[in-house]
Design a protein around this ligand. Sequence first.
Ligand code: FAD
Length: 325
Amino acid sequence: MAKAGAPGTSPFGPKMCAPVIMKYGSDEQKKRHLPPMLNSDLIWCQGYSEPGSGSDLASLRTKAERRSDPSGDFYIVNGQKTWTTLAQTADWIFCLVRTSNEGKRQEGISFLLIDMQTPGISVEPIITADGNRAGTQEVNSVFFTDVKVPVSNRVGEENMGWTYAKYLLEFERGGNPYSPRLRSGFERLKRLASSMPEGEESILSDHAWREKLARMDIEISGLEMFEMEFYSKLASGQNPGPLSSMIKLRGTEVMQQVQEYAVEAASWYSMPFPEQRAWNANVEPIGPEGADVLAPRYFNGRKMTIYGGSSEVQRGIMSKVMLGL
Ligand SMILES: Cc1cc2nc3c(=O)[nH]c(=O)nc-3n(C[C@H](O)[C@H](O)[C@H](O)COP(=O)(O)OP(=O)(O)OC[C@H]3O[C@@H](n4cnc5c(N)ncnc54)[C@H](O)[C@@H]3O)c2cc1C
């Protein structure tokens, strides 16, 4: 058996690392970057979005100008990325940059791999609604000022980055299974609902609640089928295609529904005063176990239908690719 982390292996088994997944990039790039990526020795972040270029990603303006000197060929990168998840801890960033303004916007974009330690890169936290309390910093702005990137760090051909980025998004959108997390969230929700009193019984005896939970159970089962299809496609070397948009769309929307029902079930217990939640407040949380995290989780979960392409964008892809509209 191949050593874990060796090139061409994957924690999910050899087939999950089939050539179709690692379709782009030179052999040299694969050899250098895949093993530490698989071992989590090096952390990567994604530099696609820019201020004003989110859903309309092809409008991105971070510029890479090609130059050369005695040390070789390189790009000089200038611009800004935004919403970059965990850029504060990342060692590398994969970046979409503009290398041409000729022709269609999509045809002037290239895909660069950039070491975050390169001079000229700075990272600033974006303060989110929770105030980025200790340990909660998630998103950042990343600034590039005259950042020198070797041409050998470009994936594939110049101006073909859009094709590679779209391909990668197919895997990002479906490659993070939702159904196991949804199942456990659903089981927690049922336990919570059965512990919340309504008269002599629990709210689970309420017909409307039972119907809501039954619908959710069916949704999760449906998603499990889609996800099994996704992984069987990967195992047989196929692209997921628009199936990943379906999974992203339903996975995130049902996840938000679980979070919403949990807040509804726990009622005011889900919203303790922040002082009561501080580690040194010496106040035991009140209400059912784990209820005090439900409202923060609900608010944090609002992001899920935005990142990786918003729900509207996923619906747009599905209507175009699957329905031909
Ligand atoms: C928590 C979080 C983490 C993220 N992490 C990263 C990251 O690591 N790397 C990265 O590159 N990006 C990241 N993003 C950015 C994310 O991909 C964008 O936020 C997303 O693509 C939406 O772009 P926008 O925010 O510019 O909104 P906009 O594109 O301005 O959209 C605003 C609203 O208009 C709607 N809309 C826009 N266009 C259409 C259309 N054609 N049809 C119908 N409705 C439309 C959208 O659905 C949305 O509701 C992250 C975002 C969040 C919230």
